[in-house]
Design a protein around this ligand. Structure first.
Ligand SMILES: [Zn+2]
Length: 680
């Protein structure tokens, strides 16, 4: 499963040549001083320090003095060191975060114009150089000399029997498990920023996409960003009884042209040309709805693999970090072993469990019967599973705006809302006192604190006429984040374990709150039918994105296996991988082979192997939701879960639900939803 690093050079090559001799000498000296039982710790510490020590950190004399001075040779010294590091790092993280929060306040809050310099403040990160500084002043080396670096394997196999203090020590050491030179980090951020730019400008002007008869199916000025808006237009077109199907087929054709890079370069983000994506013919625009953006001659010359050249650059930049990350020496390892902390083989198995579930065929049959036609490939984005509501959006808006005319009104009501969710009055008051409500410029977000003396911020959108239902629904979600953030920082035993294993967990907890928003308004909970529809919608979405995740994984392995590849070769390989995954898991359902749609996601180009997270997120959300249902009252269960902190996802989930992370809860809920549907 692991692709070995093919990166040039290795850490060992740059190691000072005296370091092995000095380490031997210091091992003997420290064991003589602190006793034989310390030998294993001494050896480990010396190995960890020498792994990162560079010539500019000092000569043999400096190294030996450093080790002599900073090795904590007994339990009391180690306790003191641990406690002070924990306290001071909380202060560092907390204050850095406060600076970031203040600096981005003008752009985050509804507080008047954002001036040019405000944007520079918002983009500045004072903590960017902390790890470099800590290696330079040797605070990082002191951690490496005294606390254990761990592999994911150790955290998975030994972690469940570690004490909480051992977990906190492991997280402390992990802060310094790589020492990536500033120019390498810069190269990575430049490559991903460039990829982000490429993605952000990839618009298709839909009024200029014409069919074989020269008809324009889409309205003037409609400009869709790939892939998000193209996909969402496919979803919206289910409601268009007249032209929906033709539109959906056309968009599929556009997407395939993008993936294969047979799209004419001149049509990208250009309303100056008309394009028939079936014949691939390009002509000057016969209708004008916006000014042409390109002056180059109109031709059907294809985009010259720019999509894959851009992806390749992010790979080449990421690979430069490999030699400086000894416990996770490829980007694939860093994503799975460090960010997700679930081994790649297990993630793959979970995705395949969804993709090969017999429930897929049953759900597909249900969709087919609702559509009244055989499925077509774009139906991976079917969106007809809808909970429905007894109340219109306008009625809900009316209720919400009366209740919450201002952000302050919402702030005041938080303890009451939390009690409705089953929190005891004192816990509700306590959490509410740790949340500050601010008026958001955008739709809303939650910003937790990073030190106990600071508070979590709930940013919510309130119109002049008061909060509307959409804003309330989002505010309830963000409040879920804030409650998690408060418990997992303020009520945890070690601040080094602050937080949750990864974003999927905090999102799952926030969804629990959001799913009860109607009850918080005093309305009845969604009924069984609405819940079944929501489950089927989530299941179908997971089925779709699981294949996309496998394509992303396959492409990154291919790049590591072919480090000299050209953009054209990467194009061919990606198309083949997308077809293979489609043929294995989707062709049996859609009865069409060699479809390349799974390669359309923009994240594949700029997000460095992020796509498998979506499926994991759905699975985790169902596991937590199911546990909440079992427990009855949300409040105490939520608090119990959130206080586990940042251990591995499996250990967190074992503690929360008795089982590791897995798709079973989602599959069970889907089975029930399908059964309920067939009984109607
Ligand atoms: Zn969220």
């Amino acid at each position: 499963m692991k692709t070995p690093s093919k990166a040039n050079g290795s850490q060992a090559a740059t190691k000072p040549n005296w370091i092995a001799t000095s380490s031997k000498k210091m091992e003997a000296e420290l064991v003589a001083k602190y006793g034989e039982p310390q030998r294993a710790r001494v050896q480990r510490g010396l190995h960890q320090v020498s792994e990162f020590w560079r010539t500019e950190d000092g000569d043999a004399g400096v190294f030996e003095d450093f080790v002599r001075t900073n090795f904590a040779g007994d339990a009391a010294a180690l306790d003191t060191m641990f406690n002070r590091y924990q306290r001071l790092l909380e202060q560092l993280d907390g204050h850095m975060h406060e600076i970031n929060r203040e600096f981005s306040q003008q752009s985050d809050l509804d507080a008047g114009a954002v001036l040019a310099f405000d944007e520079i403040f918002a983009g500045y990160d004072p903590s960017a150089h902390v790890v470099d500084d800590f290696f330079a002043n040797k605070l990082a080396f002191i951690v490496l000399l005294n606390f254990p670096l761990t592999t994911l394997d150790q955290r998975l196999h030994d972690g469940p029997s570690w004490s909480r203090r051992q977990w906190a020590e492991a997280r402390l050491a992990q802060r310094f498990d790589k020492r990536i030179p500033a120019d390498v980090n810069l190269a990575i951020s430049q490559a991903t920023a460039e990829a982000g730019q490429y993605i952000a400008q990839y618009n298709i002007w839909m009024h200029h996409v014409i069919d074989a008869q020269g008809q324009r199916l889409f309205p003037p000025k409609m400009r869709l960003l790939s892939h998000w808006n193209l996909r969402d237009e496919i979803k919206a077109d289910y409601a268009d009884a007249q032209n929906g199907l033709a539109k959906q087929r056309t968009i599929q054709q556009v997407m395939e042209r993008i993936v294969t890079q047979t799209i004419p370069e001149v049509v990208v983000d250009n309303p100056g040309v008309d394009w028939n994506p079936y014949s691939n013919e390009v002509k000057p625009a016969a209708e004008k709805d916006a000014d042409a953006t390109k002056s180059e001659p109109i031709s059907d010359a294809r985009e010259p693999d720019t999509r894959y050249a851009t992806l390749l650059k992010t790979y080449l930049a990421s690979r430069q970090a490999d030699p400086y990350s000894p416990t996770a020496p490829t980007l694939i390892d860093r994503r799975f072993d460090e960010d997700r902390e679930i081994p790649e083989a297990r993630v793959k198995a979970m995705l395949e469990q969804i993709l090969t579930s017999p429930l897929v065929v049953q759900t597909a049959q249900l969709i087919q019967s609702r559509l009244g036609r055989p499925l077509e490939p774009f139906d991976v984005w079917y969106n007809g599973f809808r909970p429905g509501s007894k109340y219109s959006e306008a009625e809900l808006d009316e209720m919400v705006s009366r209740k919450y005319p201002t952000p302050e009104a919402y702030q005041k009501d938080i303890p009451n809302l939390l009690m409705k969710l089953g929190f005891a009055p004192d816990r509700a008051q306590y959490v509410a006192s740790n949340i500050i409500v601010d008026p958001a410029r955008g739709s809303g977000h939650a910003m937790g604190a990073e030190m106990r003396s600071a508070k979590a911020h709930l940013r919510t959108r309130v119109e002049k006429t008061g909060m509307n239902y959409k804003g309330f629904n989002i505010a309830v979600h963000e409040m879920g984040h804030n409650v998690e953030q408060t418990f997992s920082l303020n009520d945890i035993d070690y601040t080094l374990l602050q937080g949750v294993p990864n974003t999927a967990f905090t999102e799952a907890l926030a969804f629990v709150f959001q799913g009860h928003d109607l009850e918080l308004l005093g309305l009845p909970a969604p009924d069984a039918r609405a819940q079944a529809e929501k489950t089927l919608n989530d299941f179908w979405g997971t089925y779709e994105i699981a294949g996309v995740g496998l394509v992303d994984m396959g492409v990154w392995h291919w790049m590591y296996d072919h480090p000299q590849a050209t953009p054209k070769q990467l194009n061919d390989a990606t198309v083949q991988i997308a077809k293979d995954i489609w043929n294995r898991y989707y062709a049996p359902v859609f009865h069409e082979k060699d479809v390349v749609l799974l390669g359309i996601y923009s994240h594949m180009i700029d997000a460095l192997l992020y796509l498998p997270d979506y499926s994991l997120g759905h699975m985790i959300a169902f596991q937590i939701e199911e546990q909440m249902k079992k427990a009855g009252a949300i409040g105490p269960e939520f608090e119990r879960m959130a206080k586990m902190g940042r251990v591995t996802p499996d250990l967190w989930m074992e503690n929360a639900t008795g089982k590791p992370v897995g798709p079973e809860a989602l599959l069970e809920a889907t089975q029930k939803a399908l059964a309920a549907n067939s009984q109607k």
